[in-house]
Write a protein that binds this ligand. Sequence first.
Ligand code: SF4
Ligand code: SF4
Length: 386
Amino acid sequence: MTRVSLYRCAEYDKHVLFDVFVKALDDAGFRADGFRGARVAIKPNMLSASAPEKAVVTHPVFFAAAVRMVKAHGGVPVLVESPAFQSLEKVALKTGYDRIIAEERMEVWDNKSVAVITNDQGRKFKRFEVAKPLMEADILLNLPKIKTHAITCLTCAVKNLFGTIPGLAKSQWHMRAQTREEFPEFILDFYGAIKALFNNGRRVLHLVDGIIGMEGEGPGPAGTPRRLDMVLAGTDAVAVDRVVAHLTGLDVAKIATIGSAAQRGLGVGKLEDIEIAGQAIEAMAVQNFKAPGRSFSSRIQDGLLGFNAVKNLCVEKPVPSAERCTLCYQCKSICPAGAIHKSEGTQRVPRYDYNACIRCYCCLEICPEAAISLEKGKLQWILDRL
Ligand code: SF4
Ligand code: SF4
């Protein structure tokens, strides 16, 4: 039986969090003195340059407390993160990570040095380029934030590790694993490679920022910050995500990174097989947490994505709003399908080619103005009812 610890925590206070982390990890089976002499790769969620209160990134104070804890117990932290599109420097500046990095004089992955890891058991993908510091780390300390996600429904412990793949290579993976079935399976192939890398005494630990999470149209600025007042810890990412799904009331059947992960033996996906330490789980349940708005059956959608006419009628498309768009073209830069073009004439938004669009929603995730929303296809209303 695996253990996940759950603590109530309502504030981003470095000292409070330090104590909560030590206790929560201890409950989850890892004593903090295990950091002694260890090289610790720390992976927060730094999706994009966004103020911490928007809840797009792992809160900088959460990150600062984790760095302190590692150093106070004799470990050597290194920041391993590759934002979706912008440079790490830019994201660090906007989110306040830059001050922590400077204060702690911590090493930061340069986003360039990469290494190849493999997963012989991968169902479709077996070879991945990742941040090189992972190869040298004794411990990978994952600091995800609880957020909704347009494709995977939830992004938390499993999905956050995707950010150890460098820069725009991440959006290329959307091209290789285009459908809503393929992408989570790719994430699991990749997670399997991470698990295989961290064996033989090397550890992966998960500390979840659930103090202020995100609901609705996450995981980017279009989502809505939501106070959840919780911190979770565990050594099994799948079990951690399973507990988060229960706490938020998200439909586990829609989170492939739980069900399929458990089937593959990558972690524990059944709540009854997870021991909860700390707070009672029912006492921490969140009421009326808003799932991402996409209700249409993913199976039907996946079958239709190859047919442009049907796709455009039946699958939500990303639509930029002229009222919010600043024509920064970050969406254009990240689009793996080359489906976004410069505006023409008096048009005040980028031009979208919906036939080329693979509906990966990277543009929605990255738009700094939350200017992109999902618009249902005309037939979708009917098919939704079916
Ligand atoms: S839609 Fe968003 S990302 Fe794209 S150009 Fe407009 S503001 Fe920039
Ligand atoms: S237009 Fe947006 S949703 Fe479509 S492929 Fe490009 S990034 Fe993905």
